[in-house]
Design a protein around this ligand. Structure first.
Ligand SMILES: NC(=O)c1ccc[n+]([C@@H]2O[C@H](COP(=O)([O-])OP(=O)(O)OC[C@H]3O[C@@H](n4cnc5c(N)ncnc54)[C@H](O)[C@@H]3O)[C@@H](O)[C@H]2O)c1
Length: 275
């Protein structure tokens, strides 16, 4: 069987670098980023393009003939005041809109985009106050940062593209990644304990992140009960402490995370949480 053709945006970024070892084996890849280097090292096979500023005509060839776009491109806002954060994050909505638009026009079947739990991060407050047991991707988005707000906005824009009102249904999967890194307990020694517990709950290992992405790319049928091919999945491992629900990812794409932060960091947990 021929390999799926996949366009990976933000190919030089942190998340893309975690995905690339598996993506290189499984797909016929097109890689795109603003630059061809990361931390001074050349990035193999990356084409340069600016998804925000390049003319749409120059971007068309990147999207043409592609089965699935995996969007991990991310513009990092400069400045910390509310207006700068708002202006910076709006560009990420603009970039996502261009990706959806080009994908729709060029006959791409599916867009899988990196999102974040921050689209609904405020729910962590009632969770840690004992007022809530679980956060589900169907809960109304409750961002508490401009970063999370932009993700909630581009997730819902994805529904518009998926529901068919623009002429055809563009399949859209949004992956709310939580903590895609090894957790250094040392960083939490002087912080309230729930901060450490939160990262244990949100941990996702490299191989689980890779599985979540490739199953989101490859699962043939993803229409929901209403016939709309749109899903939001939380990106966490099989963590004993998790409170982000992944039951929909288990059902729709057969996500079976193999790692558990409780086991992976057992020695640190014994020291930091159990004294
Ligand atoms: N890293 C994390 O811990 C984490 C956690 C949750 C969600 N996410 C999400 O995953 C996505 C990727 O995050 P990351 O950490 O890999 O970011 P990153 O900054 O490491 O990578 C983003 C890449 O996008 C490229 N880019 C920026 N503007 C572009 C443009 N106009 N055109 C083309 N490419 C452009 C950058 O050059 C960069 O290589 C983001 O949406 C982020 O919110 C990341």
């Amino acid at each position: 069987m021929s390999k799926l053709s996949v366009l990976l945006t933000g190919a030089g970024g942190y998340i893309a670098q975690q995905l690339l070892p598996v993506f290189r084996e499984r797909y016929d890849l097109r890689l795109v980023d603003l630059t061809r280097e990361r931390d001074g090292a050349a990035l193999e096979g990356v084409e340069t393009a600016d998804l925000l500023r390049d003319d749409p005509e120059t971007l068309v060839p990147l999207f043409s003939g592609v089965d699935v776009v995996v969007h991990t491109g991310y513009h990092r806002p400069t400045g910390t005041d509310p207006q700068s954060l708002y202006d910076g994050e709006r560009l990420n909505i603009d970039m996502m809109q261009r990706v959806y638009g080009l994908a729709l026009e060029q006959g791409v079947r599916r867009v899988v985009a990196a999102s974040t739990n921050q689209a609904a991060k405020w729910y962590e407050q009632p969770y840690f106050a004992g007022l809530r047991d679980r956060v589900d991707s169907e809960d109304y988005p409750r961002p508490d940062s401009f970063y999370g707000w932009a993700k909630a906005a581009y997730e819902s824009l994805g529904f518009l593209y998926a529901c068919g009102s623009l002429g055809r249904k563009l399949e859209v999967v949004q992956l709310r990644i939580v903590a895609p890194r090894e957790i250094d307990a040392g960083e939490f020694v002087d912080l309230p304990r729930h901060r450490y517990v939160r990262d244990l709950a949100g941990y996702i290992s490299d191989r689980d992140l890779q599985q979540l992405f490739y199953k989101s790319v490859e699962t043939p049928e993803i229409e929901d009960e209403y016939g709309v091919p749109f899903h939001i999945f939380y990106g966490v491992s099989n963590n004993a402490r998790t409170f982000w629900s992944i039951t929909n990812a288990r059902k729709v794409i057969g996500y079976r995370p193999v790692d558990d932060s409780e086991v992976r960091f057992a020695a640190d947990i014994a020291k930091l949480l159990n004294g």
